[in-house]
Structure formats: structure tokens, C-alpha cells
Design a protein around this ligand. Structure first.
Ligand SMILES: NC(=O)c1ccc[n+]([C@@H]2O[C@H](COP(=O)([O-])OP(=O)(O)OC[C@H]3O[C@@H](n4cnc5c(N)ncnc54)[C@H](O)[C@@H]3O)[C@@H](O)[C@H]2O)c1
Ligand SMILES: O=C(O)[C@H](O)COP(=O)(O)O
Length: 376
């Protein structure tokens, strides 16, 4: 791989200081400017070879078009839905993420929301602070023996399963890509969504936000659930349709929701946040010192490796420039096996890889196809 020259990088969000340190130790000049408006970013970006962001900076096509020197957009975290990967690819800008750095933190917050929902801990704590001693109102239910449905059995889904199994929960799930025999090895029985909905006491979603996952839980799927199901979304706002969730909470079909993410962040419509049976957080899944240190260090090291011509670990957009029908590589990731099997992936206009044989959409996350870590 030919080395790529990166002399200056703009960090536009609160990224762990080790990111700046590693880049500077490798001769890259780093400027940190937080809370830039879109207009500020458009006028600033031409001065930099690289941009490092988290999820708040919306790196839209107009920003990328104005970035005459930009060669790399580094996402210190997992989701790249705040970056216009198509526009970046068209401009030859590499988009890179650090998908495993915050897995444990996101999984832990998910489990905290599940356990809090079962015992109303946040509501009880607020009532204590209000000077009350209300033991009847906060009667809960044990998690032991209950069924947790996990939709999306990738990195975070797997970690959630093992933690909740230690509470004695039965874990079932659905994932169109991770093989059933692999998740059976983690104690997760896979089934169709139609089979899954009516069995669950709790449902947690861990997919990327894509056309096929938008509104996965909607009026129709809530209607198939047990009355009183509790749901958690620590993935992306919109995977659980927000209007349907509110209706299900109001009718009692859904007894509680734990939400870390919203369609609009921060949410202007406060109906869900204000609902008494909703526990919500301001997108805190990755907000631990450990996750931030890992993501900050990983993105810096990946950029340095790219500059030195050592590799393109975490590259997301590079895939889009590969020809349809290419050989993607070898490994035990099912996506790779399928590419070898079919040689028939096409690049969807939204940046998704779509297998023409199965119609399965792959998120454009480089880890699974480049890293070869698969589902080990
Ligand atoms: N709240 C936070 O701060 C936070 C932190 C980290 C990650 N995330 C988000 O969590 C989500 C999961 O992250 P991850 O690292 O586990 O990703 P991952 O890529 O490891 O796993 C996602 C899984 O979803 C599966 N999937 C795709 N389409 C599906 C569908 N239609 N139905 C069911 N499963 C489907 C994929 O096959 C994959 O196994 C992402 O949306 C990510 O952006 C949020
Ligand atoms: O996709 C992610 O990595 C998470 O949503 C975390 O986003 P953040 O880096 O903005 O906290």
C-alpha cells in the first residue's frame, strides 16, 4: 500500500487526549476545535489532511466537498452513520472507524438498562431524592428464568448475552449473518423474528441503522410481543420506531423502555424521555474512560499505520471502491465465506454491501471483512 501524506489533523469532538499525543509523536500536527458549526467546519476543513470525529459531528457531502486537502476521516468509535461515506469515497477520502473499542462499555450499559428496568431503580432513586419512601410502587420482577431476545448478534449482542445469562436469563436471538451454530456456542438460540417476538420478556437491539433495521420494532412487531414486554435500544435511534414505542407504552403492551439513543439527538420531542416507564440516557454507551482511551488510541494508531503504508485497518469506505464480484478475502466471518461462495456482492447506493443471492445487507464496517476476526 502506498503511504498517504497526513501533516495536519482537526479533532472536532471530545476524543481522549491519547489520540492527539500518538498523532503528534508521529509528526502530525493536531488542532482541537470543539462545537464548530457546520459553516465553521466548511471554512476550516480545507486546512487539514485529516478529521477525527465521534458521533456528533455530521460530516455531510457539503463539508467533504469543501475539504480540498482531506484524505482521512477517522471515527473514534463504531457507527459511521454521521459520515457521508458515499461522498467521502467519491472524493477519495478514506473513512475509518474503531469498532471494537467501545463494545464492552455499550454492552455494560445495555445490561444496566435491562436490570434497572426490572427493578425501577432510576424511578425509585428519584422518589427517594424527593423525600418519599414508596416500597409498593416499585415492585419489580426477577430476571432469573426470563427470556431476553437479542436482535443483532455481533460484537455487542454477544457480550450482552453472556452477561445476562449470568442472571439466569434464557437468551434467544436473530441475526441474518452470524451463523446459528456460532451463536449456539454462546448460548443464544437463533430463530426468526416471528418466532422470537412472542417469547421475549425483554428485547434488546444491537444492529446498525440501515433500511432493513429501521423500525424493526414497530406497531406490527409490538403486537406480536408478550403484553408487558420491556425493550432496550443502545444501538441507534429508529431501530425501535419511536412513535410505535410510545403507543405501546401508553397501551401497556410495552411495560418499560431503556433508551440510550434517539432519532434526533438531543431529542426535541420529549414524549418518550418524559414517559414514567422510560429510562433514558444521553447516548452514553461509549462514555467510559476505558472505551474512550481505546477508541482514541486505536484511531490514532490506525492513521499512523496508514501514513506509514502499513495497512488500512478499520477502513470502511475503501470497500466501496472494490469491484463487484471481487474476492474479499478468507476467514471464518460468514460474510467472507459468502463472498467466496457467491462472488456476488453489489454496492448499494447507501454504501451497504448487498449480497445478490440472499439479499442480505452488510453494514459497511471494515472490521468484519478486513480484520478477519469474524465471530470468534
Ligand atoms: N450507544 C452507544 O454509545 C453505542 C456504542 C457502540 C456501538 N453502538 C451501536 O451499536 C450497534 C451494534 O454495534 P456492534 O459493534 O455490535 O456491531 P456489529 O457490526 O458487531 O454487529 C451488528 C450485528 O447486526 C447484525 N444485523 C444486520 N442486519 C440485521 C437485521 N436486519 N436484523 C438483525 N441483525 C442484523 C449484523 O449481522 C451484525 O452481526 C451499532 O448500531 C453501533 O453503532 C452504540
Ligand atoms: O457508534 C458508536 O461508537 C457509539 O454510538 C458511540 O458514539 P460516541 O463516540 O459519540 O459516544
Amino acid at each position: 500500500m502506498a503511504p498517504i501524506v497526513i501533516k495536519s489533523i482537526l479533532i472536532s469532538e471530545s476524543v481522549d487526549p491519547c489520540c492527539k499525543k500518538v498523532l503528534e509523536e508521529n509528526g502530525i500536527q493536531v488542532t482541537e476545535k470543539l462545537n464548530l458549526t457546520k459553516e465553521d467546519l466548511i471554512s476550516e476543513i480545507k486546512n487539514y489532511d485529516g478529521l477525527v470525529v465521534r458521533s456528533s459531528t455530521k460530516v455531510t457531502a457539503d463539508i467533504i466537498n469543501a475539504a480540498s486537502n482531506l484524505k482521512i476521516i477517522g471515527r473514534a468509535g463504531t457507527g459511521v452513520d454521521n459520515v457521508d461515506v458515499d461522498a467521502a469515497t467519491k472524493h477519495g477520502v478514506i473513512v475509518m472507524n474503531t469498532p471494537s473499542g467501545n463494545t464492552i462499555s455499550a454492552a455494560e450499559l445495555t445490561c444496566i438498562l435491562i436490570t434497572s428496568l426490572s427493578r425501577h431503580v432510576p424511578q425509585a432513586a428519584m422518589s427517594m431524592k424527593a423525600g418519599k419512601w414508596d416500597r409498593k410502587k416499585f415492585m419489580g420482577a426477577e430476571l432469573f428464568g426470563k427470556t431476553l431476545g437479542i436482535v443483532g448478534l455481533g460484537r455487542i449482542g454477544k457480550e450482552v448475552a453472556s452477561r445476562m445469562q449470568s442472571f439466569g436469563m434464557k437468551t434467544i436471538g436473530y441475526d441474518p449473518i452470524t451463523p446459528r451454530e456460532v451463536t449456539a456456542g454462546w448460548g443464544v438460540e437463533q430463530m426468526t423474528l416471528e418466532e422470537l417476538w412472542p417469547q421475549c420478556d425483554f428485547i434488546t437491539v444491537h444492529t446498525p441503522l440501515m433500511p432493513s433495521t429501521t423500525g424493526l420494532l414497530n406497531d406490527a412487531s409490538f403486537a406480536k410481543c408478550k403484553k408487558g414486554v420491556r425493550v432496550v435500544n443502545c444501538a441507534r435511534g429508529g431501530i425501535i420506531d419511536e412513535d410505535s414505542l410510545l403507543r405501546a407504552l401508553e397501551s401497556g403492551q410495552c411495560a418499560g423502555a431503556g433508551l440510550d439513543v434517539f432519532v434526533e439527538e438531543p431529542p426535541k420531542n420529549r414524549a418518550l424521555v418524559d414517559h414514567p416507564n422510560v429510562i433514558s440516557c444521553p447516548h452514553l454507551g461509549a462514555s467510559t474512560s476505558e472505551a474512550q482511551a481505546r477508541c482514541g488510541q486505536d484511531i490514532a494508531l490506525q492513521i499512523v499505520d496508514m501514513v506509514k503504508g502499513k495497512g488500512l485497518v478499520g477502513a470502511v469506505s475503501a470497500l466501496v471502491s472494490l469491484p463487484v464480484g471481487m474476492e474479499m478475502g478468507y476467514g471464518h466471518c460468514n460474510g467472507i465465506e459468502m463472498s467466496n461462495e457467491t462472488g456476488a456482492f453489489s454496492i448499494h447506493h447507501s454504501g451497504l454491501l448487498v449480497c445478490s443471492r440472499t439479499g442480505v445487507e452488510f453494514p459497511d464496517s471494515g472490521w468484519c471483512l478486513w480484520g478477519g476476526e469474524g465471530f470468534g
